[in-house]
Ligand binder design. Structure first.
Ligand code: NAP
Length: 325
């Protein structure tokens, strides 16, 4: 029997053709909601799913009696109920490594734009308001030589820290990660308790996965502990932050400035105050959004699902236990 795959995000024509050689494919790249009838219909027949950005709940899994494997086109897997998938024997795969450097580039883009007020000052020109040399009220802060505090020091965190230490001569602190002796040697990174890092860093950059332990890791207390003038950069997940508390801290000056690629609710609601704040640089979740990297991520997902549905070991399984069961 030919197995069926539901692909609910865009992949290239070549990748689609490759899947169609082995499987019967329902290709619904524009699926915006799990309520979409075409999605639900295809889900009911699917042995495999390939996609991203939709929350796959246990209720949805009840509508997928044949499901054997999911290949997410993302490294983060907070959209999937991992324990429930494991209990049902459904293998989940993700796309680590191939997006690390691009996401770290995005982190540094936000660090630079936020500290140097690049978007706010570019807007001055766009609006025709550059009529004289800017005054000290519009000066930014240096990035080189400052202290970069990494909250999370995994693949992406280390890649951001490497840019900071080797490219910008920054001092690197890290927390919320196991000791990293290799990075301490390579980058001179130092491990700190969370509160201590907040008190010392000029730029705090978040790269932890979203989980029950990291949800709302940053709130009013944490923003108040950061140095006056320090910048906060989040390239992890919006829910790692208490967004209402962040908006308040940005508004009253407790938090100097923020560079954000991710938000509590995405796309950002039209009435969110964040895009209107001069001390905020907001990007539409583009951490890995380059042609090269999105193609590589889709390819990893295609490879993962092909291997998983053939009963072979995929390249990057999340719930390894299923393979042993
Ligand atoms: P990773 O290699 O697994 O690194 C995660 C880091 O967070 C590690 O240092 C880990 O500690 C630490 N950590 C894990 N669980 C934690 C917990 N419960 N509490 C505190 N710290 C914890 O993952 P990655 O590849 O760097 O990706 C990190 C996250 O970035 C993803 O999960 C995803 O949500 C996000 N991301 C966002 C974008 C974007 O478009 N903005 C793109 C890609 C990824 P150890 O070092 O001790 O393991």
């Amino acid at each position: 029997m030919t197995k069926r795959i539901l692909v609910f995000r865009q992949i290239s024509d070549e990748q689609l053709s490759a899947l169609e050689q082995d499987f019967s494919v329902d290709y619904l790249p524009d699926t915006a909601s799990v309520e979409d009838p075409a999605f639900l219909d295809a889900l009911g027949h699917a042995h495999g799913l390939v996609g991203s950005s939709l929350a796959i709940t246990p209720t949805l899994l009840d509508r997928a009696p044949n499901l054997e494997a999911i290949a997410s086109i993302s490294v983060g897997y907070d959209n999937y109920p991992v324990d429930e998938l494991t209990r049902r024997g459904i293998l989940l795969c993700n796309t680590p490594d191939v997006l690390t450097e691009t996401t770290a580039d995005t982190g540094f883009l936000l660090i630079m734009c936020t500290a140097r007020r690049a978007i706010e000052l570019a807007q001055l020109i766009k609006e025709g308001n550059w009529t004289e040399s800017i005054g000290s009220d519009l000066y930014g802060s240096d990035v080189h030589g400052k202290t970069l505090g990494m909250v999370g020091m995994g693949r992406i965190g280390a890649a951001v820290a490497r840019r900071g230490a080797l490219g910008f001569g920054m001092n690197i602190l890290y927390t919320k990660a196991s000791p990293k002796p290799d990075l301490e040697r390579e980058l001179g990174a130092k491990r700190r308790e969370f509160d201590q890092l907040l008190a010392e860093a000029d730029i705090v950059c978040v790269t932890v996965p979203l989980s029950a332990e990291t949800e709302k890791l940053f709130g009013a207390r944490e923003f108040a502990q950061m140095k006056p003038g320090a910048c906060f950069v989040n390239i992890a997940r919006g829910k790692v932050v208490d967004e209402a508390a962040m908006i308040e801290a940005l508004g009253d000056g407790t938090l100097h400035a923020a560079g954000l690629d991710v938000f509590e609710h995405e796309p950002l609601a039209a009435d969110s105050p964040l895009p209107q704040m001069n001390n905020v640089v907001a990007l539409p979740h583009i951490g890995s959004a380059t042609n090269e990297t999105r193609t590589a991520m889709a390819q990893r997902a295609v490879d993962n699902i092909r291997l998983a549905l053939r009963g072979e070991r995929p390249i990057s399984p999340v719930n390894e236990e299923v393979l042993k069961g």
